[in-house]
Each structure stands twice: as C-alpha cells, then as structure tokens.
Design a protein around this ligand. Structure first.
Ligand SMILES: Cc1ncc(COP(=O)(O)O)c(C=O)c1O
Length: 399
C-alpha cells in the first residue's frame, strides 16, 4: 500500500466520535446504554427552521449560492450580532460555513504560517489542537484546573506570550468544562491581548446555554481588539441543528475575504437548504430549553458530589459536567463477574463504566485533562437518573 501523507498520519481521530461509535455498536447489539457522551442538544430543530428548509427544497432553492453564504443570511446574522451582542458588523465581515468546526478550520488555515504559536487554554475542545496542527501551527497549552474554575489568568496569559504567538483561543462557555468567563475576567484578558499584536479566536457557540450568568463577547472590549478578533458561532447548539451544518465567523473584512477564497476551493457554499433553515431559526431560541438544561445540571451535579472519590466544579454554561476522579485513579474496581480491574487511567475508568454499567462518557485525555471525564446532560431526566444510579453502584465498587 502506498503511504498516507505525514499530515494524515499526524491526526488522531476525534475521541468524542470514537466513543460515540462504540456506544452505538453496543446499543445496536441490544444493550441498554445510557449515552452521556453526545455533544448535541436532544431537542428537535425549531419548526420555523425545519419548515424553511422544506420550503427551500420545494422552491428549488437547491443550487450553488454565494461562497460566503446568501446575503440575506449574512445580513440577519449581522442584525443578531448587533441586537444580541452589541457588535456592529457588515455582511462583508461575515462568512457562513458548513458548521462552526468548518469556520474554525478556515480561520486557522488563513492566519497560521508554519511554526506560529496558538495559545490554547486547557482543558480544550478536542478539535482545536488537531486543526491548529493541520494548519501548520504549534499548540501552546495553558493549563488550568478546578482552582480557577478552569479559567486562565491575565498573568498566565502574559507569561505564555512569545514572539511567535499568533493567536489565542477563547471558548466561553467552554466545552468540556462549562466554564463561563465574566465580562470583567474577559476585559482583564483583553487588556493583555491588546498590548500584543495577535489574533483572538472567540468560539461563542454555547452563548445561549448559560445558567444565571451573562454572555459577553471579548470583541466588545475595544474596536482595536474587534479588528483582530474572529467571533465564531453557529446554529448547532442554540437551535439544535447539528445535522444541518451551519456555522459562521464575524471578523475583519480582509481576513474574511481570505477565508471566502479558501472556502471557494474546498467546500464552496454551505448547503443552500441549510442556509434557508438557519435564516428561519434565527431568533427562535426557546428559553425553556435553558431552564431544562439548568435543572438537569443541578440534578447531575448533586448526584456526582455524592460519589465516592469524585469532585466537580459547578459549570455555568454549555451542557457538560467535568468531574475530577484523580482520587480513584490507581484504585481497584470489583467487577460484576467477580474479577477486579485497576483503574490506572481515566480512559480505563470510562471504558469500564461503559462495559460494566453501560454508561457512556468521554475521558478527559483528549481534552488535555487526564484526571477528568466529560458528562453531557443533553438527554432526558429519566436517562440521567438511570445513569446516576448506575454510577453510584460503579463508584461504590472502587476500593
Ligand atoms: C466548542 C465547540 N466549538 C465548535 C463546535 C462545532 O460545532 P458545529 O460544527 O456543529 O457548528 C463544537 C461542537 O461540538 C464545540 O463544542
């Protein structure tokens, strides 16, 4: 067999997707799995969006569109950014892509030269480091832990800057920790960033999923910073539209233009039907979903804190909990069949939780956090109760 490229060989498959595949295989073989590994809301796409998609098909809106997305949608996104985020953008400063993951990849491909460093607060969403490396960049992780609610500090940021730093990534609310930076915290970071000539990639895809706090975009800090910030958002999480694949970037026009040229030679426009559906979705976020997520978070967090050897900070956003299991790593699990297993790593712990208890979660290793695992509470309360009962049993058998 002819060899794969070095680039292809350097990529690790998405750990969230591989757990999902294992989970689906077990489910298909008839096992009663509780799946807490998914990164998508369990609510349906809003009717207005779905009907707009259907109408697009019926009206034969099924051809190529502007590479950057139809003007109508970019204008509607600009209106949303002004009314909801207090940020003024023109449609020429907005590019729509096939999901926010695609948007992020476009950004890294147009701003990074080989060797350019990107500051990445850890724990991080699994695709950031892979995308940065694929674009030739160097990942500089900035470790955080529970003591700062997984948030970087201005001093830490200042210390991480080098003459090779090209960008910093901010993801608030965060996947996987659920942490949300306060406006004051972001302003303090912005002050440091402003003094250096670097880009900001601000992934705000979970902006609507916040519980008792406010979302603030770092682009609001100053015009100077806004001119170097890529604000990334999309329809997957807010509108439960993961399968439609629509995301966008708002940023400085020359860079957005470069992204459009890049996109023109890779995927071209995002699906015409999905763009119409996205247009239908804007403004239909249902605050009841937020309340439902918050109730689930509170329930799972309280249950987690009862478990033997588990600690967990209270996340203020997204739909994940990120418990710490350092205290049980290296300990012994008594299995259902009478055998024992030593839980040397969190990967092993999550695997045993899946095979023994049929609860699917994601180990923190891929997120840069080997003492933690990720629980998604984007599933029904019934399923969550079942999962927590099983986990109580599991953690009770670790000694
Ligand atoms: C932090 C973060 N950013 C971006 C994305 C990508 O979302 P999509 O490509 O579905 O728009 C995800 C999806 O899980 C995410 O968690």
């Amino acid at each position: 067999m002819l060899e794969l490229s070095a680039r292809a060989k350097s990529i690790s498959p998405s750990p969230t997707l591989s757990i999902d595949t294992k989970t689906k295989a077990l489910k298909a073989s008839g096992v009663d799995i509780v799946n807490l590994s998914v990164g998508e809301p369990d609510f349906p796409t809003p009717d207005r969006a779905a009907l707009a998609g259907v109408a697009a098909i019926a009206n034969h809106f099924t051809r190529y569109t502007d590479v950057s997305g139809i003007l109508e949608l970019r204008q509607a996104i600009a209106d949303k950014l002004l009314t909801e985020n207090g940020l003024s953008y023109s449609p020429s400063e907005i590019i729509v892509s096939s999901g926010a993951k695609h948007s992020l990849y476009n950004i890294f491909m147009v701003i990074l030269n080989p060797g350019d460093e990107v500051l990445l607060p850890a724990p991080y969403w699994v695709s950031y480091p892979e995308q940065i490396r694929l674009a030739g960049g160097v990942v500089v992780p900035m470790p955080t832990d529970e003591s700062t609610h997984f948030k970087i500090t201005p001093a830490q940021l200042e210390a991480a800057m080098t003459d090779k730093t090209k960008a910093i990534l901010i993801n608030s609310p965060s996947n996987p920790t659920g942490s949300v930076y306060t406006p004051e915290e972001l302003q303090a970071l912005a002050k440091v960033i402003e003094a250096h000539d670097i880009f900001v990639v601000s992934d705000e895809i979970y902006e609507q999923l916040i519980y008792g706090v406010h979302h603030y975009s770092i682009a609001k800090y100053s015009d100077k910073l806004k001119d170097r910030t890529f604000l990334v958002n999309g329809f997957s999480k807010t509108y439960a539209m993961t399968g439609w694949r629509v995301g966008y970037v708002a940023g400085p026009a020359p860079y957005v233009k470069a992204m459009s040229s890049f996109q023109s030679h890779t995927t071209a426009n995002p699906a015409s039907i999905s763009q119409k559906a996205a247009l239908g979705a804007l403004g239909t976020f249902d605050p009841k979903h937020r309340e439902e997520f918050q109730a689930r978070r509170d329930y799972v967090l309280n249950e987690l804190l009862e478990l033997n050897g588990v600690t967990c900070t209270k996340p203020e956003g997204a739909f994940y909990l990120f418990p710490n299991v350092k205290a049980v790593l290296g300990k012994t699990l008594r299995k259902n069949n009478g055998e024992t297993a030593i839980l040397t790593t969190v990967d092993l712990l999550c695997e045993e939780l899946l095979t023994e208890m049929h609860v699917s979660t994601v180990p923190g290793t891929g997120f840069g956090a080997p003492d933690n695992f990720r629980i998604s509470y984007a599933t029904s309360m019934d399923q969550l109760q079942k999962a927590m009962d099983r986990m109580k049993d599991f953690f009770g058998r670790i000694e």
